[in-house]
Design a protein around this ligand. Structure first.
Ligand code: HEM
Length: 484
């Protein structure tokens, strides 16, 4: 049986109380007869020694206590369900509800923007189990697929599906056509290009200062993180840097939460038109070493893939991860600048770069709402009776703070050795195709910035950074820094 957050507290303090007490959590320390209060306090994200992030009051004041009774299984009235997505209480801190869910150990039914119920999974074991379960589908047109906004729901039907929205075997077939540049050997071969791009961007930053620019803080997000992410994906797609510059603006407008719907739609249209022209040019001359030329040579000509599918996949690869890579560069820089001991260790020993990149991804999990599925048959998962047509969201951000998977999960620590596997890039069939590539970009970014700009520091207090909307993926609209 799936339990409510409150009902689960009784269970925790009963059957599992000893295990938790041994770990010394605030929840376990509470006596079984304690008055009914939300199980998890804001301490959910602190470790046993009290280190880690202490979530503050949410924007707009004190957090309301959780509803007195939350639903068991599927039959509870819809209006008693918690609305999802939950808000981050402040800055980059994960929603406190994630801590509550982890402590309860059970899936929870919540409701989406339109009131549709959805199952939320927080425990690492449940997240992983769901992501390899063929009874959960990725097909977004399937009734009940959990969309997070009316706009996203409306945009689904007329799209040419790409492998990201398909199940095996079609998913496997199409993904394989585009996989080559993201495989480890290809990423290793691309590392010199990534490093050169980092060097070039840093040289540009230094030049600007030398020629009288950058008198105050400048925006590392705009001048470094985004251009690096764009340059790398453009290289893979065979897009010329000149064309890329204009394209990047549209991609940024499309992805920005602050763009109007009309601007975002116009930007999207321009990108699709560009990609159609780009694919046509590659079809006319498929001699390049980019992924589009290779798919034209090996698959389009044989009829394995249609032109429309090729354009849709080129579009997917262009827009899928730039913003997330840029976010993870920013967020890693912020965390490392705030921890001089770890930063110094990283400068002294560049072999720690990979661990730093992995830890930044685990700690922040900047793609936190991507792991959505819909059940295609009834089944049970960790006590939840999931019915066909019900949505399931695997909360990788919560799972990445699961004490059963990580020691001191609320502590940012690049010395985890070896870094325990995290699910920032998903897991199983749909695990991010660009995981290795993105980590290589983060390594090069942190390595380049901290060695070439030793004076790098935040240009404003951490609390004044322009954090993203608390109900969306964690990220920064800008990262003001100084380096002199
Ligand atoms: C730090 C950067 C990134 C993070 C944290 C990230 C995260 C994720 C996650 C969590 C998924 C799994 C979605 C699911 O299972 O439903 C995913 C899938 C995917 N990502 Fe990324 N991603 C990143 C960068 C990129 C980049 C740069 C690209 C561009 C090529 C990309 C392309 C994709 C694609 C195409 C999929 C779908 C894979 C499939 O369905 O088989 N990602 N990503």
């Amino acid at each position: 049986m799936a339990l409510s957050l409150r009902a689960s507290s009784a269970l925790l303090l009963g059957a599992r109380g000893h295990a938790l007490a041994r770990r010394g959590t605030a929840a376990a320390a509470r006596p079984a007869a304690a008055p009914q209060r939300p199980l998890i306090t804001t301490r959910a994200y602190r470790d046993e020694k009290g280190r880690g992030e202490e979530p503050k009051s949410p924007p707009g004041g004190k957090k309301e206590p959780l509803p007195a009774s939350l639903p068991h299984e599927g039959g509870a009235p819809q209006d008693s369900l918690l609305a999802f997505p939950f808000a981050r209480p402040a800055a980059a801190e994960p929603p406190v509800e994630f801590g509550q869910l982890l402590a309860s150990g059970c899936p929870l039914r919540a409701k989406l923007f339109d009131g549709t119920p959805v199952w939320l999974l927080a425990k690492m074991k449940d997240v992983k189990a769901a992501l390899v379960d063929p009874r959960l589908s990725k097909v977004r047109t399937h009734p009940g697929f959990p969309e997070l906004s009316a706009g996203a729901k409306a945009a689904i039907s007329d799209r040419e599906p790409t492998f990201v929205d398909l199940n095996p075997p079609e998913h496997t077939r199409l993904r394989a056509m585009f996989a080559a540049p993201f495989e480890r050997a290809a990423v290793d071969a691309l590392r010199p290009f990534i490093r050169e791009t980092v060097e070039g961007l840093i040289a540009g930053i230094e030049r600007k200062r030398a020629y009288g620019g950058h008198k105050g803080p400048f925006d590392l997000h705009e001048e470094f993180s985004l251009p690096l992410a764009f340059a790398v994906i453009h290289r893979i797609l065979g897009i010329h840097p000149e064309e890329g510059r204009h394209l990047s603006k549209n991609v940024a407008v499309r992805a920005s939460g602050s763009s109007t719907a009309r601007d975002a739609a116009a930007a999207q249209e321009e990108i699709v038109e560009f990609m159609s022209r780009h694919a046509a040019a590659k079809e006319a001359d498929p001699s390049g070493d980019d992924v589009i030329s290779s798919v034209v040579r090996n698959h389009l000509t044989k009829g394995d893939i249609t032109r429309d599918q090729l354009v849709a996949h080129a579009f997917l690869l262009l827009v899928a991860g730039n913003a997330t890579v840029a976010s993870m560069i920013d967020l890693g820089v912020v965390e490392l600048l705030g921890r001089p001991d770890q930063l110094q260790a990283l400068r002294d020993d560049p072999s720690l770069l990979r661990a730093a990149a992995e830890e930044a991804c685990r700690f922040h999990t900047a793609s936190a709402y991507a792991l959505r599925r819909v059940a295609v048959e009834d089944f049970e998962l960790s006590g939840a009776h999931i019915k066909a047509g019900e949505g399931v969201i695997a909360l990788n951000q919560a799972a990445n703070r699961d004490r059963e998977a990580f020691e001191d999960p609320s502590v940012f620590n690049i010395f985890r050795n070896p870094p325990p596997p995290n699910v920032a890039y998903g897991y199983g069939t749909h695990e991010c195709i660009a995981r290795e590539l993105s980590l290589a970009e983060l390594e090069a970014a942190y390595g380049g910035l901290f060695s070439r700009l030793p004076g790098l520091r935040l240009g404003v207090e951490r609390s004044e950074l322009p954090w993203s909307d608390p109900r969306r993926d964690v990220g920064l609209a800008a990262l003001p820094v100084v380096w002199w």
